[in-house]
Every structure is written in C-alpha cells, then in structure tokens.
Design a protein around this ligand. Sequence first.
Ligand SMILES: [Fe+2]
Ligand SMILES: [Fe+2]
Length: 160
Amino acid sequence: MKRHPILRGLSSEHHHGLVMARRLRLAHEDGGPETLRLIAEAFLQFQEDDLKGHFREEEEVLLPFLAGYTSPEDAMIARTLVEHVRIRQAAMSLRAHLESEDDLSEIAGETGHLLERHIRFEERELFPHIEQAVTEPGLAEMARLLEPDRRACRLRPASS
Ligand SMILES: [Fe+2]
Ligand SMILES: [Fe+2]
C-alpha cells in the first residue's frame, strides 16, 4: 500500500517494530533462557529509544488531529490508545520478570504478539482511515506539528 508521505516516517518505524515483535515471538517459540533474556533486554532498550517517542507522537499529534476530523469517540482512536496501554503493561511485566529472573517465555510471546497485532492494525486500518478522513491541507498541517516533535526525538540524548 502506498503510504501518504506525511505518515512515512511513522510507517518506517513500524517496520523496526515488526522485526522486534518477530524476535520476541521466535524467542518464545524456541529460545533458551539466555536468548530470552537478551531479547527481553533488547526490547526494553527499543521501547526506551524508539517506541516511547513513537507512541507519544501518535497520542499527542496523530490521534487528536484525527479526532478533529472524525470524533474523539472514533472507535479507531480508542483502539489505538487501549493497545498502547496493553503494550506498555506487557513491557512493564517483561521488565519485572527480567528483574526477578522468572521464566520469560510467556511474557515475551505475549509482548511480541501484542506489538505485531497493533502495528498491523495501524498499517491496515488506522493509517488508511487518517488518509481518508483528513484533507490534504489538514495532512500538511499535521506534518508541521509532527516535525518539531520528530526532531526533538532525534536530538534527545541516547540512553545508556
Ligand atoms: Fe501505535
Ligand atoms: Fe504506530
């Protein structure tokens, strides 16, 4: 599917998210404890470096902007927010399992599944909905709001 240029940055981040989701699911299917530990750490780093900023842009710019064209009660807005909470909750649980040295297999599989399903939903339903609902001048205005945020994300110091 051809993505509107304004949404391409977020879409390319989705690609990295899908790679991470696949690694979590594979580790769940046949990874030993050491592989699971490494992938859990890699996911938490990915969450810190990429996912937090990505979710923030969607929540602070994309969704409120879409709500202006549809409604704050738009079911796709609600679904996006609920899934963000689920993924954050899974990440919290993954961190807790890692810290207490519990078996990571189930929570790794669940986190991967939630992340993959969420990205597929945004690519197949939410983004086409935005492209359809928001006018071309509206999309240009959204780009203006997205860009300072994206620059700020890139400029923030890398976490150690
Ligand atoms: Fe999202
Ligand atoms: Fe997204």
